[in-house]
Design a protein around this ligand. Structure first.
Ligand SMILES: *[C@@H]1O[C@H](CO)[C@@H](O)[C@H](O)[C@H]1NC(C)=O
Ligand SMILES: *[C@@H]1O[C@H](CO)[C@@H](O)[C@H](O)[C@H]1NC(C)=O
Ligand SMILES: *[C@@H]1O[C@H](CO)[C@@H](O)[C@H](O)[C@H]1NC(C)=O
Ligand SMILES: *[C@@H]1O[C@H](CO)[C@@H](O)[C@H](O)[C@H]1NC(C)=O
Length: 340
């Protein structure tokens, strides 16, 4: 009757950019209150420098998130990045993310880490949180938040807890989305010292799901609904050494502009003004909590400023009716388009 889930989270495919599963509770500590602030490095469990092995299948502008009007020729700089053939890029570790993005940690991966773990730790090794119970055949809420917006899209998958936990196992049970809507939900935003996030409106928007050209065949992936900025064409960064390339790409997508200039966005905004790369907000996190902004040498303040998006992107997924009863791990995989 019940499928019990203990949760892990898998992030993938970011070069110096990050996000986190925020619902249900998970090993990496992501939460809807903290949203994209990357508290306790919750956004650094991923795979870095991974590209698609074959040709791009996501070429249609409707599902693209960076350089959306270019899908051929030398100007198509994202053609080898994971979102261009969702699910085909190799990931490191067990499908639960790897601290710092690499098993063989190299300089220039991930940017910076706060050092709670040695680089390369498998997310599966983190202590489990209390399990969440999902009845078979039910519809459930899942959510994630963006720290650095590298576009792309994502899927949710299950692997039986008793099996060898691998990316391949998660690929056998990719969950389907329910309905044609998704929701943006604010985290614990504060203003003048008061928590106001939970009073802010939940925003409903159309869900864009892609099933064609995905791996495994027919698996469902949702497009990231929030556009990054378009300050200049990232093609101008091609050929630079790795570290300069990353800085150039970040500038191309508006790393420090706070909000994108009107219409300087990668694709149309779902709501006016809702776009950005790594925005700023005032969260409830005190100066004792390490978060993304500390890493980047930003001003801490008291309370400190947070960086990343203050919202979670919530979807509904279907727990398969024919799933055998038991304990499972849930993995969320985000394939980016701006980076590899
Ligand atoms: C989760 O947060 C707690 C503090 O609330 C911290 O002690 C722990 O190390 C964090 N776990 C991970 C995986 O970062
Ligand atoms: C699926 O995508 C392939 C190429 O990516 C295309 O040739 C085919 O027409 C698409 N099929 C549908 C039903 O959209
Ligand atoms: C379990 O998975 C790991 C990869 O995560 C692999 O190296 C190992 O060979 C697998 N073991 C078995 C028994 O399949
Ligand atoms: C939200 O922030 C307030 C402080 O501003 C705090 O008291 C409260 O516990 C936070 N709620 C959550 C769910 O983190």
């Amino acid at each position: 009757m019940f499928a019990v889930l203990a949760l892990c989270v898998s992030l993938s495919h970011l070069a110096n950019g990050h996000g986190v599963l925020t619902w249900p509770p998970n090993r990496q500590n992501g939460s809807m209150a903290n949203a994209g602030a990357c508290a306790w490095d919750d956004c650094v469990w991923y795979s870095d420098f991974v590209t698609i092995p074959g040709e791009a299948t996501v070429n249609d502008e409707e599902f693209r998130t960076f350089n959306v009007k270019v899908s051929t020729g030398p100007g198509d700089w994202s053609r080898k990045n994971p979102w261009r053939a969702p699910g085909t890029a190799k990931v490191f570790g067990s499908g639960c993310g790897v601290y710092g993005g690499r098993e063989d940690f190299v300089l220039g991966s991930s940017g910076r880490l706060q050092g709670f773990f040695p680089p390369g730790v498998n997310g599966l090794e983190l202590p489990a949180k209390s399990p969440t119970v999902w009845p078979k055949g039910s519809t459930q809420e899942v959510a994630w938040a963006i720290t650095a917006n590298h576009g792309g899209g994502y899927s949710y998958r299950l692997c039986p807890k008793g099996e060898n936990i691998t990316e391949e196992c998660f690929q056998k049970t990719v969950l389907r989305f329910v309905g044609d809507k998704q929701w943006l939900i604010y985290g614990n935003v504060t203003q003048m010292g008061d928590s106001i996030g939970y009073e802010l409106p939940q925003l409903e928007l159309p869900l864009k799901v892609i099933r064609n050209g995905t791996f495994p065949a027919g698996s469902e992936w949702a497009r990231n609904p929030i556009p990054s900025c378009l300050m200049f064409d990232q093609a101008q960064c091609e050929g630079l050494p790795r570290d300069q390339y990353i800085s150039c790409a970040q500038a191309a997508s508006g790393y420090d502009v706070v909000v994108c200039p009107p219409n300087w966005v990668q694709f149309p905004e779902p709501f006016p003004g809702l776009s950005g790369h790594v925005p700023y907000w005032r969260s409830h996190l005190g100066p004792d909590v390490p978060q993304w902004i500390n890493l980047m040498g930003g001003e801490q303040g008291n309370p400190p400023m947070s960086r990343g998006f203050p919202i979670s992107i919530m979807d509904l997924v279907k727990v398969p009716e024919d799933l055998p009863e038991g304990e499972y791990l849930l993995s969320w995989r985000w394939d980016c388009e701006q980076s590899s």
